[in-house]
Every structure is written in structure tokens, then in C-alpha cells.
Design a protein around this ligand. Structure first.
Ligand code: FMN
Length: 217
């Protein structure tokens, strides 16, 4: 079958602005819990989009490690491409594609580094092998071959022979503080439900709730 003819009719569920929480984080938590029930291999995988200061975009998958009222956190090498782009242009978009549930969630927001304490706390939870890996790779740099990594790993193992590799100074978290959310539920005949949450602007009344609206599919 040609890929031009690959398509799916969506009929699992509906999304109504009268049923959603007034708090997008609560709605996200509900959808995330439902997705975890599906038992996908990596329920916390998300697509992260960044851009250079002059607008050249790039995307990649990262793992969501914390989400709460402060924002959505992932961990990485600050020297990587994404790290450099976020330093120059601290805005990002996140995408969760949850095909089994005929759902997608999009988030946009401003980005800041997590504190060194927070990064440290998470780093210590990682298996030792992953911690040594962080010491052995300068993420997103060109390397001559796999041997470079194996040599660096052997060096890191020797340096941290006590089995307690500390947090590398170039490694840590980024937190995306959302200013928009979009919840997408597939519906029949391509008339999908799209509910957006818009954060009240700084000039609006403090304490005002998120504005909830519907987008045309
Ligand atoms: C399922 C999955 C999860 C990943 N999680 C992370 C992550 O949490 N942090 C990270 O730095 N890279 C993660 N990666 C690797 C990134 O996709 C990417 O290759 C790397 O971060 C370099 O991206 P950059 O050159 O744009 O900085 C993951 C890849 C996959 C496929």
C-alpha cells in the first residue's frame, strides 16, 4: 500500500472545553497517567524544539523527568547543540505524540536552567554507568570514532574508581515554564478537538486563570 493511502479514522474519545480542568497542569497529569496505562516503552519521551538566535530550528527527543507548577524538566549536556541554542534563545516547544490514544499535546514556554542542587539531586539517582557516560561524552561534538568514547569511559572509570562520579560542571537540567498548552484529540472526518490554554499576560490581573479556547482542526 502506498503511504499516500495510509490513514486512520479517529474515534476513541472526545475533548470538550466544558469537561477540561481549569488548570492545564492537571489536564496534562490526567492525560499522562492515561498514557502510562498503555505501557509504551518510554511514556516520558517528548520532542523538544529549540532554535538559534536567528531562528534556525532543531528538534530531538528527550525524557521528561519532572513536571509541576514550575514547569517541565529534562536533563542534558549544556554544551550540546540544544544547550547552546537555549542559552542564546531561551524559548522552546515540547511535543508529546500519544498515537495509541489518538492524542497530541503541545507546549511552548520560556526556558531556564535548573539549580545546580536540583541537577545534582537528579544526577545522583542515575545508574553509575550513565553518570560515567556523562563524563565521557561532549554531547553533539564531532568525534573520530567509537574508540574515542571507549577511551574516555575507561578514563572516567579510573578517575572515579570509588564508584561515585560527581555532577559534571557542564551537565544539568532545563525547565520549560509553559505559556501555552494545546491538547489534541483525534475525531472522525478530520474534525479533531483542539483545546488551548493561554497564560494570562503580565499586564493582566494577577491571579487570573488560564484562558481556555478551541482551535479549528
Ligand atoms: C527516547 C530518547 C530519549 C532521549 N533522552 C534524552 C535526554 O533526556 N537528554 C538528552 O540530552 N538527550 C536525550 N536523547 C538524545 C537526544 O535525542 C539527542 O540525540 C541529544 O540530546 C543531542 O541533541 P542536540 O545535538 O540537539 O543537543 C534521547 C533520545 C531518545 C531517542
Amino acid at each position: 500500500m502506498s503511504i499516500a493511502d495510509l490513514r486512520r479514522e479517529y474515534a476513541r474519545a472526545r475533548l470538550d472545553e466544558r469537561d477540561v480542568s481549569h488548570d492545564p497542569l492537571v489536564e496534562f497529569a490526567r492525560w499522562f497517567a492515561e498514557y502510562r496505562e498503555v505501557s509504551p516503552p518510554e511514556p516520558n519521551a517528548m520532542i523538544l524544539a529549540t532554535a538559534t538566535a536567528d531562528g534556525v530550528p532543531s528538534v530531538r527527543t528527550v525524557l521528561l523527568k519532572i513536571f509541576d507548577a514550575e514547569g517541565f524538566v529534562f536533563f542534558t549536556d549544556y554544551r550540546s547543540r540544544k544547550g547552546q541554542e537555549l542559552e542564546a534563545n531561551p524559548r522552546a516547544a515540547l511535543l508529546f505524540y500519544w498515537g495509541e490514544l489518538e492524542r497530541q499535546v503541545r507546549i511552548t514556554g520560556s526556558v531556564s536552567r535548573t539549580s545546580a542542587e536540583e541537577s545534582e539531586q537528579y544526577f545522583r539517582r542515575r545508574p553509575v554507568g550513565s553518570r560515567l557516560g556523562a563524563w565521557s561524552s561532549h554531547q553533539s561534538q564531532l568525534i573520530a570514532g567509537r574508540g574515542v568514547l571507549e577511551k574516555a569511559l575507561a578514563e572516567a572509570e579510573a578517575t572515579f574508581a570509588d564508584g561515585e562520579p560527581p555532577l559534571p560542571p557542564y551537565w544539568g537540567g532545563f525547565r520549560v515554564a509553559p505559556d501555552t498548552y494545546e491538547f489534541w484529540q483525534g475525531r472522525p472526518n478530520r474534525l479533531h478537538d483542539r483545546i488551548v490554554y493561554l497564560k494570562p499576560g503580565a499586564d493582566e490581573q494577577p491571579g487570573r486563570e488560564w484562558r481556555i479556547a478551541r482551535l479549528s482542526p
